[in-house]
Each structure stands twice: as structure tokens, then as C-alpha cells.
Design a protein around this ligand. Structure first.
Ligand SMILES: C[S@@+](CC[C@H](N)C(=O)[O-])C[C@H]1O[C@@H](n2cnc3c(N)ncnc32)[C@H](O)[C@@H]1O
Length: 203
């Protein structure tokens, strides 16, 4: 596993609108399109967003949506901005999600580097039971990141950036991975990977 450097608690994580604004400037956009292309959610499908942050990916879901995050200010902001009868946001540790199949699809964007290997295994074991169809997983791709991109990643709160091979090996214990590809934000500030992860059923 390639570790990033220490956990950070930068001031902007306390101000959701400033955090969202800065992130949009740095990335020159919100990279919702690469998630939308893989998710292909229909109005009839329900979607869970694991570590939903300020709720940007709720905008690519036409049907029912639930977002979960441990940053209470982010959740309050998202509920106010995007919440409606069909979309809700919840202040909850995703390591304590139920183990029942409740959703058709899910998104997991940029949160895996917040967890140690042990925590990630607990999370993945729960997630594979939560959806009937698949997750779209997106995270920073440490391998294809240049020095500037790694410097920016180190401003993030998570500190467990992984070698791509190690991450794929971990994910593959719980999911069949399809359509693995690497892309960059419009500003080339971050190099990310995306994939479709179909739950492997326990024997
Ligand atoms: C880099 S942000 C990504 C947010 C969102 N997925 C996005 O891409 O806009 C990582 C998020 O994971 C959340 N997070 C980290 N550990 C968590 C946990 N144990 N339970 C719920 N959320 C967590 C953080 O609060 C943060 O909002």
C-alpha cells in the first residue's frame, strides 16, 4: 500500500460552500459527467452515495437518492441545496451502514483513501450486500498522478492513497470490476480512475 502523508483538517472543510467553490475552480468543473456515464441511473432506480460530501453526484440521479457522510456541515448544506422528496442526505459513518440490499446502484467517489485496509475491507463487505446491480467507484489514481497532482491530493483529508494494483486486488475480493479507466479533471488537477463494481456473492 502506498500511504499518502498525514491526515489534514484544512479550514475549508468547515465551510461547505467555500469548499465546493474552491474545488470547482481547481478542477475547472465538477466531473459529474464521468460518473453519470457509468451510473446510467433511470428514474425507477434507487441510488446510494457513500461519502456523498456536499452532494454534487445527486444531480446525476433522476430517481430516488440517499447520500451518507460523516461531515455534518456538508450534509446540512447538501440537504438544503439538493434535498427534496426523492433525495435525502444523512449524517452517518458509512462503516456502520446496514447489510441489507436496499438500492439498485451506488456511487463511491473519492472516499476509499480515507480508510485503512482493515476499514476498507469492512466497508466493501457491507457495500457488496447493499446493491442489487452495481457501484460506480471513482478515486484518485496515485499511479498516474504527477508531482503537482500528488501535492494537491495531500491537501485532502484522507491519507491512504494506494498503489493501483493493491487497490484493484482489494476491490476484487468483493466485486467484479469492469470498464476500469483513468481520466483527468478538466484542469488536469487530479488524475482519477473509474470502474463499475458488481458485487461478488459469498459462497
Ligand atoms: C474527498 S470527499 C468526497 C466527497 C464526494 N464523494 C465527492 O466526490 O464530492 C470524501 C468524503 O468522505 C467523507 N468520509 C470520510 N470518512 C467517512 C466515514 N467513515 N463515513 C462517512 N463519510 C466519510 C468525508 O467527510 C468527505 O466528505
Amino acid at each position: 500500500m502506498s500511504e499518502g502523508h498525514g491526515e489534514h483538517d484544512e479550514w475549508f472543510f468547515k465551510y461547505p460552500s467555500i469548499y465546493r467553490f474552491l474545488r470547482t475552480i481547481v478542477n475547472l468543473g465538477r466531473f459529474t459527467q464521468p460518473v453519470k456515464e457509468y451510473l446510467r441511473a433511470t428514474p425507477e432506480e434507487s441510488v446510494i452515495d457513500v461519502g456523498c460530501g456536499v452532494g454534487d453526484f445527486s444531480t446525476v440521479v433522476p430517481g430516488s437518492y440517499e447520500g451518507y457522510d460523516l461531515n455534518e456541515r456538508f450534509i446540512q448544506y447538501a440537504q438544503k441545496k439538493f434535498g427534496n422528496g426523492n433525495k435525502s442526505f444523512h449524517f452517518k459513518d458509512v462503516l456502520a451502514l446496514p447489510e441489507t440490499q436496499l438500492y439498485d446502484k451506488g456511487v463511491v467517489v473519492n472516499i476509499m483513501h480515507h480508510f485503512t485496509d482493515e476499514e476498507l475491507k469492512i466497508l466493501l463487505a457491507r457495500l457488496r450486500k447493499l446493491v442489487t446491480n452495481y457501484f460506480v467507484i471513482v478515486d484518485a489514481d496515485w499511479n498516474s498522478s504527477n508531482r503537482f497532482q500528488r501535492w494537491l491530493l495531500n491537501k485532502d483529508q484522507g491519507s491512504h492513497f494506494r498503489d493501483r494494483k493493491d487497490l484493484q486486488a482489494l476491490l476484487s475480493q468483493y466485486f467484479d470490476l469492469e470498464d476500469f479507466s483513468v481520466f483527468e479533471t478538466r484542469s488536469k488537477s487530479v488524475s482519477l480512475f473509474r470502474c463499475i463494481a458488481k458485487p461478488k456473492h459469498e459462497n
